[in-house]
Design a protein. Sequence first.
Length: 226
Amino acid sequence: MQGTCVDFFQPILRMGETVNRAKGLDLDWAALSAEWRDLYRIGLDKVISGQRPWLRVDAIYREALDILLERRGLSGRFTSDEREEMNRVWTRLDPWPDSVEGLTRLRRRFLTSTLSNAGMAAVVAVVKHASLPFDAVLTAELAHTYKPSPAVYQVAVDYLGCRPDQILMVACHKYDLKAARAFGMRTAFVARPLEFGPAAKPDISPEPWFDLYTDSFTALANALGA
């Protein structure tokens, strides 16, 4: 959901500007956001591989934030409460301009659900904050592992009562769709060129194995006749 349905880059920039003013800092939050996400992915992979026990994403993001501050010699400048407030940015993400309209149209014809690596409470908070019209909220927390582990895709099958081939996995991340396809799901790629900000160049090229390739949820609704 992060990146696909909602924009995390701009909310992090806004939070970072507030932090910079309050602390008299000049941190580059565009670069920090990318580093934060990289550390988050490393944390997820350690759980998947069994290098560490299950840990919710909010805790992984918080550990990553602590590392970011330590790398910049700023550990002593932020209290635990301040770090928790900064970390809550991941529950206050903005919908992309097409997300609410597109999902509303899709929901009229299909069952819509999240299948996010974020925790249940975090996804519920984001869905509420961004007014995203999902029928169900499912996350990797229900499997105690993370995508691309097959156990996460099994959550959708178990909780929605659908066969894998009845499920269309929608994402802007190719690793997610590749794993969903291997599990037997259909796939739809939604290109989000601004996921990491205007200076980044994410891989949004089409792949022959995508069932659908679009640049918005409204375009996806059009393609599916919703």
